[in-house]
Design a protein around this ligand. Structure first.
Ligand SMILES: [Zn+2]
Length: 150
């Protein structure tokens, strides 16, 4: 498989989705995490109005620890929103809720590379529940690996 023409946007997305594939699931990475709900609102740079909002409960057995969301800008190059660190901190601290805002660091379109930042915004809220109190919070892989390699 090769691209007849260079396509930075597509290549970046492919690379990133490979990294996501390669990362552990949330259930593996964050033992003790019982439920996780995400509430995401997207804003375009020109407007203060919300473009779209999604709220759902994450499937911990399938979602990956490289926890990222595509930028809503169809033309965006090398951007997107990565909440991996936010989530890791939340779980490490056994906090119930974290919220904040993130600016897309990609480029607005192919012809804007190096010149026009994408700057779509994501406003997020993550809500977590945990299996048990802090006492047993150490990572422990016993019994977690079910031999599920391809
Ligand atoms: Zn973007």
């Amino acid at each position: 498989m090769y691209q007849p023409k260079p396509n930075p946007r597509k290549e970046y997305r492919q690379q990133e989705s490979q990294r996501v594939q390669d990362s552990a699931t949330l259930a593996e990475a964050f033992q003790g995490l019982k439920t996780l709900t995400v509430d995401l609102s997207y804003f375009s740079p020109e407007s203060l109005k919300r473009n779209s909002e999604i709220k759902y409960t994450v499937n911990l057995a399938y979602a990956k620890a490289r926890f990222r969301f595509n930028c809503p800008n169809d033309q965006c190059v090398a951007g997107d929103f990565d909440l991996s660190q936010v989530l890791a901190k939340l779980v490490a601290a056994r906090q119930a809720v974290v919220s904040g805002e993130m600016l897309c660091q990609g480029w607005r379109c192919h012809s804007g590379i190096g010149q026009m930042p994408c700057h779509h915004r994501l406003r997020y809220k993550l809500t977590a529940e945990y299996e048990r109190p802090l006492a047993h919070a150490q990572p422990d892989y016993a019994g977690a690996n079910h031999g599920n390699e391809d």
